[in-house]
Design a protein around this ligand. Sequence first.
Ligand SMILES: Nc1nc2c(c(=O)[nH]1)N[C@@H](CN(C=O)c1ccc(C(=O)N[C@@H](CCC(=O)O)C(=O)O)cc1)CN2
Length: 297
Amino acid sequence: MTAQILDGKATAAVIKSELADRVTVLREQGVTPGLGTVLVGQDPGSVSYVRGKHRDCAEVGIASIREDLAEDATQADVEAAIDRLNADPACTGYIVQLPLPKGIDTNAVLERIDPDKDADGLHPTNLGRLVLRTAEPITSPLPCTPAGILELLRRHDVDLAGKDVVVLGRGTTVGRSIGLLLTRKDVNATVTLTHTGTRDVVAHLRAADVVVAAAGVPGFVRAEHLKPGAVVLDVGVSRVVDPETGKARLRGDVDAGVADVASWLSPNPGGVGPMTRAMLLANVVDSAERAQADASR
Ligand SMILES: Nc1nc2c(c(=O)[nH]1)N[C@@H](CN(C=O)c1ccc(C(=O)N[C@@H](CCC(=O)O)C(=O)O)cc1)CN2
């Protein structure tokens, strides 16, 4: 078996073009959505992700606002940047790039974001809405990577109803929230969240219909761990040094051999990453449309 590709790059391009049309309508109504970013320090990965977010904004007509802070920024500096974005009418939604440097209290920062401007869907109010609404439509922002995974599967007609999904990793941006989305009544998957304290991860993998690999361990998921025909989403990203060239390169959680046993596989790069970016834009456009609808009531 050779897995079919869950093409995040192509799917994100389609979504971006749909969003560009919606932004045109908003602009005709006098509303320009604006994405703000808070970047603390110069971690090369974070710098590049934030740059990508602003490039995406330009592509679809969303305005950009940047708060770039030094590596030695204090908690008060970060919170002041948040307060500026909360108060700025040009900023309709914003994100704080994670991870934050050591010494910054991430939860306190996330909780200070105005929930109506939370473009990452990581404010406790928005995560709480996801907890409470099992069947009702969700009109608040969803965490971008979980929403991107769901959208990627939907747009490739991969049905999750009744499927056993195993998630590797309990991080803030993926593992802790994806189960809330996949167990909603309109998806109806069964989700097991595994982590570094799980006794036998491989036993869980062997039973899974769908694997969401977000552990950040390069090549962790191998063909022999999987049920033939499993659907595999490679989310984890690690920087590894290539012993031949001595150069650092990005590597996902999924070994290349998995393509021989999986029915569907998201490549990394080119799978979930571009969908994460597209869902961020979707959150910004959704919230600008909601604000516009409220204003014209
Ligand atoms: N505030 C947030 N911080 C972080 C998030 C997040 O959703 N919100 N997720 C990740 C980083 N991230 C976005 O911020 C992100 C990671 C990867 C990609 C992506 O498109 N990757 C490409 C490959 C990139 C490359 O080659 O350098 C791909 O997968 O094709 C986009 C966004 C942690 N922090």
